[in-house]
Design a protein around this ligand. Structure first.
Ligand code: SF4
Ligand code: SF4
Length: 439
């Protein structure tokens, strides 16, 4: 069986982003594979911890992916600052795998930024790295590929737990474990009023339900006091953000000049999106491209704007309006990167301070701890880009950890889903499969 087929069988999806099914990427023919070990979101250390624990497996998986897609260049990209991790990876590199040391800026881990850093190529507007001969795989995904080659499906996830908990660290949880149980395994929350961010403070979102399940793409839980500025920002109603934009933007255009996608040469102009709100019109030609080219990285709202405005959310609202009106992305060029790309970068430590998270520190490496074994897991059938998996088990079925519970619909883009522990299926519908340790 090919690596691609084993990866498909195992239900591997991109662990560091939207969960794109990995077997689809492995069907490509490219010249370069980049292992993404940048982990650029403040506070999160999941990728650093897991790759420091299994450095040989990261490199082996990179070689396996390179062989599958016919690549002649294999690159392991990590930040220069991750000295301990680099020390563990280096003995496994050999002559065929190149170590690329990144500067410590945000968003160094954005696929398009990373491809430009490593190869000098610019991914076309609205495009993906495959279009410039590159496959990018997050290091945690590579470890899942390594397991898939050995016949082990994706049934657990490593997550950073940080902030206001008694024992912060990286924990490994069966897929479907409730977030509340992960926090309990970290010693519990230490403040009376709190909110939990799933993912990083820049691109993550507030958990609406503390019992939401861990999925294949959950990178971490950051517990913050309910009145922390990051929580306040993320709680703000989008309509309120849009009203603030229309009244307070001075059109200084810093949000544009610092935008990582603008710096790559793409035709994205956040300040014009702000102007469109003020002018109460979407009919500014450059604004349409802006809506479709934004990566939602959050640099404009968290770092660039001295007025505390969020071009990101204005663009989000704009995109929804345009999509609803049937407007498509008009931008598909491959422009050269702008000269300022080399220096107009957001230093991660400074951004972390501005977010008010400078005190939320975890060591760069450590041993992940298992969570307390859950009595029940709720495994979503859609944890990935594409169509939800279709449940292949029914209430009352006995399942073993690693057994298939969700299959990819015929002809669809999707990923398989597996039981994350032994038990009995207590519910299975179009959305999720519940498994209890006992009936
Ligand atoms: S940085 Fe702020 S004030 Fe300046 S143009 Fe952008 S949104 Fe407006
Ligand atoms: S969120 Fe802001 S900075 Fe990031 S890509 Fe979108 S407009 Fe640019």
């Amino acid at each position: 069986m090919s690596v691609k087929d084993r990866v498909r069988e195992a239900g591997v999806v991109g662990a560091g982003g939207a969960g794109f099914p990995t077997h689809v990427k492995l069907a490509a023919r490219v010249d370069t594979v980049v292992a993404n070990g940048a982990e650029c979101e403040p506070v999160l250390v999941t990728d650093q911890w897991v790759s420091a624990c299994r450095p040989g497996d990261v490199v082996d998986a990179l070689r396996a992916v390179g062989g599958e897609v016919g690549a002649s260049r294999l690159v392991l990209a990590v930040k220069r600052r991750y000295g301990a991790l680099i020390g563990r990876l280096r003995p496994f590199l050999g002559r065929d795998v190149e170590l690329f040391e990144l500067d410590d800026f945000y968003p160094a881990g954005d696929e398009q930024v990373l491809v430009h850093e490593v190869t000098g190529r610019v991914v076309p507007e609205g495009g993906i790295p495959l279009e410039v001969g590159c496959v990018v795989q997050n290091v945690s995904t590579l470890l899942n590929i390594r397991d898939a080659i050995e016949g082990r499906p994706v049934i657990e996830k490593h997550v950073t737990v940080a902030g206001e908990v008694a024992r912060p660290g990286v924990f490994v949880a069966p897929i479907g474990t409730a977030a509340s149980e992960v926090l309990a395994s970290a010693g519990g929350v230490t403040v009376p009023a709190f909110r939990v961010i799933e993912g990083g403070p820049m691109m993550g979102s507030l958990l609406a339900d503390i019992d939401s399940p861990v999925t294949k793409t959950t990178a971490g839980y950051i517990v913050l006091p309910a009145d922390h500025p990051v929580v306040t920002r993320k709680s703000m109603q989008r309509a309120h953000e849009v009203r603030r934009a229309s009244s307070a933007c001075c059109e200084c255009r810093m949000c544009t000049d610092m935008c990582p996608r603008y710096l790559l040469g793409h035709r994205i102009y956040p300040h014009l999106a702000m102007r469109s709100v003020h002018a109460a019109t979407d009919d500014i030609p450059q604004v349409h491209g802006t809506a479709f080219l934004c990566s939602q990285c959050g640099v404009c709202e968290a770092y660039s704007c001295s007025m505390g405005l969020s071009a990101r959310r204005v663009i989000q609202a704009l995109r929804e309006r345009l999509v609803a009106a049937g407007v498509k992305n008009p931008c598909r060029d491959r422009p050269p990167a702008r000269e300022a790309q080399a220096w107009a970068r957001v230093p991660k430590p400074r951004m972390t301070e501005r977010l008010g998270l400078g005190h939320v520190h975890l060591p760069a490496t450590g041993a992940p701890q298992p969570v307390n074994p859950p009595w029940e897991v709720r495994i979503p059938l859609k944890q990935h880009t594409g169509a939800p998996a279709v449940a292949v088990v029914r209430r009352g079925d006995r399942v073993k950890a690693g057994g298939l519970v969700g299959e990819i619909p015929e002809g669809a883009l999707g990923a398989r889903v597996h039981a994350s522990m032994d038990g009995v299926v207590t519910d299975a519908d179009a959305h999720a499969v519940r498994i209890a340790r006992r009936a």
